[in-house]
Unconditional design. Structure first.
Length: 337
């Protein structure tokens, strides 16, 4: 199925070029687009997520395949190499194998930096990568970037500080050519996020459920971090036991994902489950972003996404640092096979 959540906002004019790997369902993609980056290529190995990208941006060049298939030399001089490299190698929910995990794609990202020589690099991951366990691994990445002529920094950002109604910490690497790095300033908080109730009240009420108003008042906090999981995981739900308990405090049944919002047939005291449409808003997607695939696939695409407002904030900081306001990109935005 294709999930539609209707109309919102104008996009920033695309003036700089981007190559994005591990693009997923477009959380980082849409945020970077709003920050003024146009995609020359978006790479995503999951077929449903790749179809989501095409569904939303038919003009983009989308590779539904492995990042290892990408020749970085075809994108020499691109403005930004970005990506949400897989988090399982560093997630506390996994075995934290780091570089010993075959899903670790940081080496591929560094290969593309060597080949494409972008003006800037932006890679995001889970906060587990920030732990002491991976200190030497982080340092090895910084050392390689330094050897290639870049200065880089890691920063842990909370999505809630960018208006996203959940905590969702993300560990982000930004690298720029050494002559430009002093121009880069990490984005600060933009204000308090809306609560879960404020964000979802209109959707909870759309089928005339009498309990929507009371529910929205109860759901007066931000959400726990949404967990997308992997194909090895069963059906769609809102995370482990602790997360489900936190959702219950907000009046949400986290044991699954609903097909529709509660209706007039449900009692006012009903504890609703979220729909994928609701989870997408909790993740910070704009309400007009479409998703391709069946219910569980769509939930995983949403749950594994990088919240667009955070990507936009970091993207705007990168754009300012490399002087995007003063020039147009020297590259012609076009698809390269």
């Amino acid at each position: 199925m294709e999930l539609l959540i209707t109309g919102e906002g104008d996009m920033a004019q695309s003036v700089l070029s981007a190559l994005e790997i591990c693009a997923g369902a477009g959380g980082q993609s849409s945020g970077l687009e709003r920050a003024g980056f146009g995609h020359e290529l978006a790479v995503e190995i999951d077929s449903d997520a790749a179809a989501t990208l095409v569904l939303n941006r038919p003009s983009w060049n989308v590779l539904a395949g492995d990042v290892r298939e990408v020749e970085g030399r075809h994108y020499r001089g691109i403005d930004l190499l970005a990506g949400g490299v897989p988090c399982p190698p560093f997630s506390v929910a996994g075995k934290q194998l780091g570089s010993d995990d075959e899903r670790d794609l940081f080496p591929e990202a560094l290969r593309l930096v060597r080949e494409a020589r972008p003006a800037a690099v932006m890679l995001e991951n889970v906060k587990g990568l920030a732990s002491a366990r991976f200190a030497s691994y982080r340092e090895s990445i910084l050392d390689e970037l330094n050897r290639l002529g870049y200065q880089a920094d890691w920063q842990l950002l909370l999505s809630s500080e960018f208006g996203v109604p959940q905590l969702r910490p993300r560990f982000i690497l930004v690298a720029l050519r050494k002559s430009k790095f002093d121009n880069f300033i990490w984005p600060g908080a933009v204000g308090s996020p809306r609560t879960v109730g404020q964000t979802l009240h209109h959707l909870m009420a759309e089928n005339a459920w009498e309990g929507a108003e009371v529910w929205a008042k109860r759901a007066n906090g931000i959400a726990p971090t949404v967990v997308g999981g992997s194909k090895k995981h069963g059906g769609a739900d809102l995370g482990p036991t602790r997360a489900k308990a936190a959702w219950a405090q907000l009046g949400v049944d986290g044991k699954g994902i609903a097909d529709a919002a509660p209706s007039a047939l449900h009692p006012p005291t009903h504890m609703p489950r979220l729909t994928n449409q609701m989870v997408a808003l909790i993740q910070g997607f704009s309400s007009d972003w479409l998703f391709h695939g069946r219910k569980t696939s769509v939930y995983r695409q949403i749950g594994n996404a990088f919240p667009p407002p955070v990507a936009q904030g970091v993207g705007e900081a990168i754009r300012r640092a490399i002087g995007a306001e003063k020039r147009q990109s020297t590259r012609h935005l076009q698809g390269v096979a």
